[in-house]
Design a protein around this ligand. Structure first.
Ligand SMILES: Cc1cc2nc3c(=O)[nH]c(=O)nc-3n(C[C@H](O)[C@H](O)[C@H](O)COP(=O)(O)OP(=O)(O)OC[C@H]3O[C@@H](n4cnc5c(N)ncnc54)[C@H](O)[C@@H]3O)c2cc1C
Length: 369
């Protein structure tokens, strides 16, 4: 990082007070900026991020445009009240249609190739089938959708099909949103690591000592929030994903869930398979904000690809990476004003593709103009 005093001209350019400063250029942060600017075209909006590009989860996720599998909903029943689960499903479905409407299906490579939850354990399958009616009622109540989950078989596995689930290209999603923000006059400063938030004053200080002042602040740092605001409790969760080299006779071309949503896989362009998850295998080690590969999880996912998915011999990993999610204890996100000048949006709990834009729009309405 270069350190240099500011010139007279630079001070005029940069030492301005913004109407809104958003910290975090992920899907949530950029959506707040976008909707605030749409509603207030004359206001000055700045987005800050520590990376060259957003470096958290929004460009590193698996691209599922989903609202939950049956076993994921069943696990949620253990930690959350029914009304809150239905509300979250509603927000996810609204969020997905807002995302598609705002960015355009073609721009984000949205498609619905067929979605399934698969089972290898007959007892778990029976328990899930027992809950089909409950889950279908929730979807009906949340979004007016009928018979979303249906008993079926897929690639020889007992399965539950999921109507209306899709997938997209997270890189294209973020790029399209960035272009829209630039076109509407939102400013960005990349490589700006904030180390302190003065929530009562609307001030952010960077690690290089620079200071930014906003009439309003929106903190959208998801898993990294607790490092900046000790009264907001968000637990990090690292997720690991890989994409294979093309596999000519790939049998898995849809979007798939396994074991409460902990495992997920889908077909991507050129007959490649994306496979990720299994955080549940080493949950304490994966409760971290550090990027990196857990070799135990990687090895396990490779076995899963061979032994369960039966990928043809000779398949290879082309690219592997990790990303960091942010969890609340109930999985319901935090969206609240923590002072007259500061709003926090965090804890999207692994569902941010669906929730990010919806929460961003809700937060933009909450910020005082
Ligand atoms: C491996 C993986 C797979 C996933 N798969 C899916 C999926 O298929 N479907 C789905 O719906 N969801 C999925 N998710 C979750 C989804 O990606 C997230 O919920 C969503 O992207 C969160 O968006 P966000 O903008 O709130 O946070 P982020 O995208 O994490 O953005 C936070 C931003 O804040 C910045 N930041 C943090 N601290 C500071 C600081 N001190 N100073 C400056 N900048 C800072 C970071 O650089 C980052 O860009 C997945 C997540 C992971 C990790």
């Amino acid at each position: 990082m270069i350190h240099a005093e500011r010139s007279f001209w630079e001070s005029e350019l940069y030492d301005r007070e913004f109407d809104l400063i958003v910290l975090g250029a992920g899907l949530t942060g950029q959506s707040i900026a976008y909707f605030f600017k749409q509603n207030n075209p004359d206001k000055k909006v700045l987005v800050l991020d520590r990376g060259f590009y957003p470096i958290g989860a929004s460009t590193r996720n698996a691209g599922f445009a989903c609202f939950g599998s049956v076993t994921e909903h069943m696990a949620d029943m253990q930690i959350e009240e029914e009304a809150n689960i239905i509300d979250r499903i509603r927000r996810r479905i609204n969020g997905l249609s807002l995302l598609r409407q705002t960015l355009g299906d073609e721009n984000i490579a949205y498609r619905e190739p067929g979605a399934y939850e698969i089972f290898t354990d007959s007892e778990a399958y029976e328990q899930a089938l027992d809950q089909l009616d409950v889950c279908n009622r929730w979807l009906q109540q949340a979004a007016g959708l009928e018979n979303v989950y249906q008993k079926t078989e897929h690639n020889g596995f007992p399965a539950i099909s999921i109507q209306h689930e899709g997938c997209l290209h997270p890189g294209k999603m973020m790029h399209t949103l960035y272009e829209k923000n630039l076109a509407s006059g939102v400013e960005f400063r990349w490589q700006s690591q904030v180390n302190k938030v003065y929530k009562e004053d609307g001030v952010l200080t960077l690690e290089n000592g620079f200071e930014f002042k906003g009439n309003q602040l929106a903190i959208a740092t998801n898993s990294f929030t607790s490092a900046l605001l000790d009264d907001v409790e968000i637990k990090p969760g690292r997720g690991f994903v890989f994409v294979t080299k093309p596999i000519s006779d790939l049998a898995w071309k849809g979007t798939y869930h396994f074991d409460r949503g902990y495992y997920y896989f889908r077909g991507v362009e050129d007959n490649r398979l994306l496979l990720g998850g299994a955080r549940s295998l080493d949950i304490d080690v994966e409760t971290t904000t550090e990027f990196g590969t857990n070799e135990k999880i990687k090895k396990h996912l490779i076995s899963f690809a061979n032994d369960v998915l039966r990928l043809p011999t000779g398949w290879e990993i082309d690219k592997e990476w990790s990303g960091i999610m942010g969890f609340t204890t109930t999985k319901s996100p935090v969206l609240k004003r923590i002072s007259n000048k500061t709003t926090v949006i965090a804890g999207l709990s692994g569902m941010g593709v669906a929730l990010g834009m919806q929460l961003g729009r809700e937060a933009a309405d909450l910020v005082i103009k």
